[in-house]
Design a binder for this molecule. Structure first.
Ligand code: NDP
Length: 434
């Protein structure tokens, strides 16, 4: 805490991982000797930079840009860029730290990193977004590359932003280096299923957790928070598996639709019109309700998928979910459940899929995009989804079996942290003290 003041999210993420590792360190004294815990908590490199740009009224705006290159033991730094006013160094470090273990768990050859800016894209014109992205990349380009650091999207950064960022990178470097960014458009190096991958992957993970208990998603009521990239495709996949999504949200409120959320309408409002979820009820006209400012977790459901943002499920929310009979919770977003909430779920024996495992399908599919770029290939939707599905089944299996091996059956938090950590730690040991 003294070494990294005023970074509560980073402290929370580190404590959560360290909390799992005591039995691992006891079993592997060589990790302790090599001070791997201390080394893994220290980013390899942190870059903070000024992002000046001019808005549509001609006013100069200044934002702050970040890229934390956390760990490259398993491959080039890999992790998204977040554009949101809440972004600061502590938030980027929390996300980058989580990313190390998630990427390791995915089984792909990628290290961990994260970046972003406190720029708020809400209400900005396409031209403002473009000028901001160009200025951001004018500094970032010198730090990234397909063998060095490969950013992607996150909150506030989708295909439009990746397009502007890639265009500026190409212009500055005079290189058509497709593998430098992932989440690209399908016409210029993007991968099929990348857009769907995080949400789909989360649902594949839930399905595996339920299957391990002899259950499935058929006929279950599911609540999904958020209505962005992760939430939309989680809802789509739940419905394909026979579940009923009764609610989704944005930061202003949630919509409850007892007939089951019309995902096509949500996509129209959020992806095409860039509107608000409050528009949904008025457009749907089937008695669905928009509720402003209340917690979506008060709704009764068997499966809860927080897919919006960090610390959105509090201890109080967890109590309400448990009281209402939730069977499984999987984190589509990064660290959406507070430590209190996670403890309550685990103590109550609720199936709990932590973000590192449950939302790793996104970054795994980004690694598949890098593979396609490296071989100048382009895979079909079905083949790509098949790869994603196999990866999620494998992530589930490794978490499940590691938890059993250490006498903690069903503890996916322990299984994910331990599996993810050991792969990185073994590579770091092999490289010596660097
Ligand atoms: P988007 O920007 O596409 O969507 C975020 C959604 O969450 C929006 O609907 C937003 O609403 C909503 N939201 C934000 N804050 C709150 C809040 N306090 N309460 C309720 N809703 C809120 O982002 P993504 O879907 O890409 O990312 C969501 C989460 O998933 C993040 O934690 C991200 O790090 C994580 N993630 C994303 C991956 C990806 O591939 N996209 C990969 C792995 C993890 P509003 O419009 O009102 O802000």
């Amino acid at each position: 805490v003294l070494r990294n003041p005023a970074e509560p999210e980073f402290h929370q993420a580190v404590l959560e991982v360290l909390d799992s590792l005591a039995p691992v360190i006891a079993k592997h004294p060589e990790y302790k000797e090599a001070k791997l815990l201390e080394r893994i908590c220290e980013p390899e490199r942190q870059i903070i930079f000024r992002v000046p740009w001019v808005d549509d009224s001609g006013t100069v705006q200044i934002n702050r840009g970040f890229r934390v290159e956390f760990n490259s033991a398993l491959g080039p730094y890999k992790g998204g860029l977040r554009f949101h006013p809440s972004v600061n160094l502590g938030v980027v470090k929390f996300l980058g730290f989580e990313q190390i273990f998630k990427n390791s768990l995915s089984g792909m050859p990628i290290g961990g990193g994260k970046g972003g800016s406190d720029f708020d894209p809400k209400g900005r014109s396409d031209n403002e977004i473009m000028r901001f992205c160009q200025s951001f990349m004018t500094e970032l380009y010198r730090h990234i590359g397909e063998y060095t650091d490969v950013p992607a999207g996150d909150i506030g950064v989708g295909a439009r932003e990746i397009g502007f960022l890639f265009g500026q990178y190409k212009r500055l470097t005079n290189r058509y280096e497709s593998g430098v960014l992932t989440g690209k458009g399908l016409g210029w190096g993007g991968a099929r299923v990348r857009k769907e991958a995080t949400g789909y992957g989360t649902v594949y993970f839930v399905r595996e957790m339920l299957a391990a208990q002899g259950s499935d998603l058929e006929g279950k009521d599911v609540v999904v928070s958020g209505s962005g990239n992760v939430a939309i495709y989680a809802m789509e996949k739940v419905q394909q598996f026979g579940g009923r999504v009764i609610a989704c949200s944005d930061s202003s409120g949630y919509v409850y639709d007892p007939a089951g959320i019309d995902v096509g309408l949500v996509r129209q409002i959020k992806e095409t019109e860039r509107g608000r979820i409050s528009d949904y009820a008025a457009r749907r006209q089937n008695g669905s309700d928009y509720v402003r400012g209340a917690s979506i977790w008060e709704l009764s459901c068997q499966v809860a998928l927080p897919c919006a943002t960090q610390n959105e499920v509090t201890g109080g929310d967890a109590k309400a979910l448990i009281r209402n009979g939730v069977l499984a919770v999987a984190e589509g977003a990064n660290m959406p459940c507070t430590p209190d909430a996670v403890k309550l779920f685990r103590d109550a024996g609720i199936l709990f899929g932590p973000a590192k495992a449950a939302n790793a399908g996104g970054v795994a599919t980004s690694a598949l995009e890098m593979q396609q770029n490296a071989s100048r290939d382009s895979w079909s939707f079905d083949y790509s989804e098949h790869r994603l599905k196999d990866i999620m089944i494998e992530i589930h299996r490794s978490c499940f079996e590691t938890a059993e091996e250490y006498g903690r059956p069903g503890d996916y938090v322990f299984g994910a942290n331990t599996t993810g950590f050991c792969r990185v730690a073994d590579a770091m040991l092999a490289f010596g003290v660097i």
